[in-house]
Design a protein around this ligand. Sequence first.
Ligand code: FES
Length: 270
Amino acid sequence: MLRNNNHPTIVTIEKVMDETPTVRTLVFSDEIMSNVLPGQFAMVWIPGINELPMSVMISQDSGKAAFTVRKHGPASTGLFNVKVGQQIGVRGPYGNSFDIKQGRLLLVGGGTGLVPMMRLLTCVKSTDDVTLLIGAKSKDEVFFEDLAKNLLKNNPHRVIVSTDDGSYGEKGFVTDLVEKLVSENHYDGVYVCGPETMMFKTLQSAHSQGLFVQASLERMMKCGVGICGSCCIGEDLVCRDGTVFDGQHLSQNKEFGYFHRNKAGILENY
Ligand code: FES
């Protein structure tokens, strides 16, 4: 039967990997999800609990894809607790993807915002000069470092970890590192995904140097297909117009970096 990407396809979890005490990666077989572009997402149905948007993680095995989830609310905790052999529903992929430049690239990921950065690493050319910054609160929250070094085997030293408390890697906010690097180097493209205040500061730093920059945004999503409006940010719908937006476009947006909307659609300050 022909697959309808707007209907959940049922997949079985084949492997679960603990990344940190609160973050897990769940691997499953799905040819379509294994080939999504960096920045695209899927709507994931956890039976009996809810549906939530998830950026699609890479898998080392062909035909397989994964989700990396941090337990937080009921839906993400439900997905976090899914065991090998259990089934979930997956629809999509949805959304646009990063405009991948060539040359010297700076990738910045915080928390599960690293997921689209891992997928982006699989798309860069071996001739590109790529630096990945991984931001975390503390050593316990660092993950994907080895995977990133493996993907960047031509220059694994270009994977730099910073922790807010200095318990691992460079000490301080990853945005301070971004500010320093963009002031010392020219980058042909800067790409960021993570907490919105982190993305906001990254965009400010990149713009101060006139650099091309894109961010992959996260918003409350219910339909995933541009109908319900729950993911709006100003005039844009993150599910339909994103998740990836140009920095220049975001700099005109009055909500980006300042407000998000709660489940009732009411604006709340960051
Ligand atoms: S999630 Fe419904 S419009 Fe974007």
